[in-house]
Design a protein around this ligand. Structure first.
Ligand code: GLV
Ligand code: MN
Ligand code: MN
Length: 417
C-alpha cells in the first residue's frame, strides 16, 4: 500500500466516527436505542444541517439536486473528471436503529476528512452523498433519490406520492430544500466515475464467519406492490356475513394466496406485508377499504419476475366479495456489482490485514441504481446477530472504523484511476 494511502487510512478516528453516529442517533431518537427519522421530515432536515456543519468545517463544497440528494465534495486535480462517490442514506425505518444508512454517510465523511488531513491529492473529486428516501417507510417506494438521480424513476411521479397523513412528497421536499440554502444546485444524472457504499450487513453472515469486512457481490431482486381492496362499511353486529363486502376479509384472503405463492422449502424467497391502512379502522365497523404493501424478493431474476407477475391474477381470484386494485411500485432485477469494485474492496481489506469475505446483499440499497450508471459496490461490516430495521440494531465501533479504513483505501484507489 502506498505510504500516502496508509497515512490517510491511519487518520480514521474511531472515536470521532462513533461520536458522530451517536450524535446523529439523537436526531429522531426513540426508546431502546432506536431511531425514527422519516425522509424529508423535520428530523431529516436536522440531520442534513448537522452533516453540512461538519462538512463546512473542512471547507468541502455542498450541493443538492432536485430530489434532495445531498452532495459534499472534495475537489480533485482534474477539474473535468467525474466524482468518485461514497455514501448512503440518513432516513430510517419507523422503528429503525442507529446504523442503517447513516453509517455509510458518516463513514464517507470520516474517509474524506482522513484524506484531507493526510493531504492526499486525487485525480477525481471525491463526493459524499446522502440519498433521499432510501427506506420508503414514509413515502413509497424505497431508494427513490438514487432512482431519480440515475434516471430510473421520474421526479414528477415522486413529487405526487403522499404519506399516511396525506402530505405530498413535493411539499415535504420543498421545505427540506429551503433548509439548505447554501447548497449549490446539482443536475440529475450528472456523471459518476464510481460509487462505493459502506453499510452494516443487516444479516448474520459476517458475524457467524468471524469476518470484519464484506465485499458485496450484488443485491437480490425485489418487487413492490400496493394492493387496495374496496368493500362497504356496515355494522359489525347486524350485517349477516353473507351480505358483507368486507375489505379486511378479502385482504386476508389475498395475503394468504400470495403467501402460498411465495412458499419455498429452501427459504430463499422473501415475502412481506409490512404496511396496512384500514378505513374506517373501527372495531365495530366492517372495513370499507384496505390498502396493503407487498414486498417480494429473490436472487433469481426469472423467479422475481414470475412471482411478481402472479400477484395481480392471484389477488383478483382470491378477493371474493370486493373489487381490488393492484399498483406495482417497484421492480428491481437482481444487481451484480462490477468486478473491479469488488476486487478493489477485497484488495483494500487484504492490504489492511482485515478478515474479509465476499457475500451477496439480501437488503436493497441505493448502490443498486448506481450500478446501472457506473461501476459500483458495497462494503459491509458486521452487526450484532444480524438484527436490522429494529431499535436493537448494533455494531462495534472497531468494526465500523475498519469499514471506514477500507473505504479510504478503496476511494483513493478509484479516485486516481
Ligand atoms: C432497504 O431498507 C430494504 O428494504 O432492503
Ligand atoms: Mn440502508
Ligand atoms: Mn433500511
Amino acid at each position: 500500500m502506498l505510504e500516502s494511502v496508509q497515512d490517510a487510512v491511519n487518520r480514521i478516528d474511531q472515536d470521532r466516527l462513533w461520536g458522530r453516529l451517536m450524535q446523529m442517533a439523537q436526531i429522531g431518537e426513540i426508546p431502546n436505542n432506536g431511531v425514527n427519522r422519516p425522509a424529508l421530515s423535520a428530523d431529516d432536515i436536522r440531520a442534513r444541517r448537522l452533516l453540512i456543519d461538519w462538512a463546512r468545517g473542512r471547507g468541502f463544497g455542498i450541493a443538492v439536486d432536485p430530489i434532495g440528494n445531498l452532495f459534499i465534495r472534495r475537489a480533485g486535480i482534474d477539474r473535468a473528471a467525474a466524482p468518485v462517490m461514497a455514501g448512503s442514506h440518513m432516513d430510517s425505518q419507523p422503528c429503525g436503529g442507529r446504523f442503517d444508512g447513516i453509517y455509510g454517510v458518516i463513514a464517507a465523511l470520516e474517509a474524506l476528512e482522513a484524506i484531507e488531513a493526510a493531504g492526499v491529492k486525487t485525480k477525481h473529486p471525491i463526493e459524499i452523498v446522502a440519498w433521499t428516501n432510501e427506506e420508503g417507510g414514509r413515502f413509497q417506494p424505497c431508494t427513490m433519490g438514487s432512482a431519480v438521480y440515475t434516471g430510473e424513476r421520474r421526479l414528477e411521479d415522486c413529487l405526487e406520492v403522499s404519506d399516511n397523513e396525506g402530505i405530498r412528497l413535493g411539499d415535504a421536499l420543498a421545505k427540506t430544500l429551503a433548509a439548505t440554502p447554501e447548497a449549490e444546485s446539482r443536475k440529475l444524472r450528472s456523471p459518476v466515475a464510481a460509487y462505493v457504499e459502506a453499510h452494516i450487513e443487516q444479516g448474520p453472515l459476517l458475524e457467524r464467519a468471524g469476518k470484519t469486512i464484506g465485499a458485496v457481490t450484488g443485491i437480490q431482486g425485489l418487487r413492490w406492490f400496493n394492493i387496495e381492496v374496496f368493500g362497504e362499511t356496515a355494522h359489525a353486529g347486524t350485517t349477516p356475513l353473507a351480505l358483507r363486502k368486507d375489505a379486511m376479509r378479502d385482504a386476508i384472503a389475498v395475503i394468504n394466496a400470495i403467501a402460498e405463492l411465495a412458499r419455498d422449502a429452501s427459504d430463499v424467497t422473501r415475502f412481506t406485508v409490512g404496511r396496512m391502512l384500514v378505513t374506517p379502522n373501527s372495531p365495530n365497523s366492517i372495513a370499507s377499504h384496505v390498502l396493503f404493501s407487498v414486498d417480494l424478493r429473490h436472487p433469481d431474476p426469472a423467479i422475481v419476475r414470475r412471482l411478481g407477475d402472479s400477484v395481480e391474477p392471484l389477488a383478483r381470484s382470491a378477493a371474493k366479495a370486493c373489487a381490488v386494485k393492484i399498483t406495482p411500485t417497484l421492480h428491481d432485477d437482481p444487481c451484480v456489482f462490477d468486478a473491479s469494485i469488488v476486487d478493489a474492496i477485497e484488495g483494500a481489506a487484504r492490504a489492511l490485514d482485515l478478515p474479509h469475505m465476499r457475500l451477496p446483499s439480501g437488503a436493497s440499497h441505493d448502490a443498486n441504481y448506481l450500478a446501472r450508471v457506473c461501476p459500483a459496490g458495497m462494503i459491509f461490516v458486521p452487526c450484532e446477530k444480524g438484527i436490522s430495521h429494529n431499535e436493537a440494531e448494533n455494531a462495534k465501533p472497531e468494526d465500523l472504523a475498519a469499514g471506514a479504513r477500507v473505504l479510504v483505501a478503496t476511494l483513493l484507489d478509484l479516485a486516481n484511476r
